[in-house]
Design a protein around this ligand. Structure first.
Ligand code: IDP
Ligand code: MG
Length: 139
């Protein structure tokens, strides 16, 4: 059964461009409730760990540099069928393929610098949320 929570990061390009307010507005308008949120910066080790599933991919080192070059906004979000609903809201990994009006369509600059992260399963949503927040912070 789908759970009602997902995890997101507004990536460094979104913070650099001053897009965090506009993106959070889209998230709120789509009916997501913010359970936990913080501005933080990942270390290289943390980013390698977070994205370890991609460690054999040719873009892995670029991905780690990108995700650690500045602050991100990490958040736990709640809505019914949150993981699927949020993946729909953010759009395809490649912004040129992302549907009109999706967050990546509006705010991403490329397939690598694509503005926002969204968990791809309930299991990963929980793992990724715990990566950034304590149980108390997610209460
Ligand atoms: P997702 O973020 O849509 O789930 P993943 O395939 O899980 O996409 O990839 C994780 C992140 O790695 C992407 O959001 C993007 O920042 C980066 N990435 C994915 N594919 C490519 C690529 O082909 N070239 C460069 N960067 C990529
Ligand atoms: Mg992914």
């Amino acid at each position: 059964m789908a759970t009602n929570r997902t995890f997101t990061m507004l990536k460094p390009d979104s913070v650099e461009k001053g897009n965090t307010g506009a993106i959070l507005e889209k998230i709120n308008s789509a009916g997501f409730r913010i359970i936990a949120m913080k501005l933080t910066q990942m270390s290289i080790d943390e980013a390698r760990n977070f994205y370890s599933i991609h460690k054999e991919r040719p873009f892995f080192n670029d991905l780690v540099s990108y995700m650690t070059r500045g602050p991100i906004v990490a958040a736990v979000l709640e809505k019914e069928d949150a993981v699927n609903e949020f993946r729909t809201l953010i759009g395809s990994t490649d912004p040129t393929a992302a549907a009109e009006g999706t967050i990546r369509n509006l705010f991403a600059s490329s397939i690598s610098e694509n503005a926002i992260h969204g968990s791809d399963s309930d299991e990963n949503a929980l793992i990724e949320s715990r990566f950034h927040f304590s149980e108390e912070e997610m209460f």
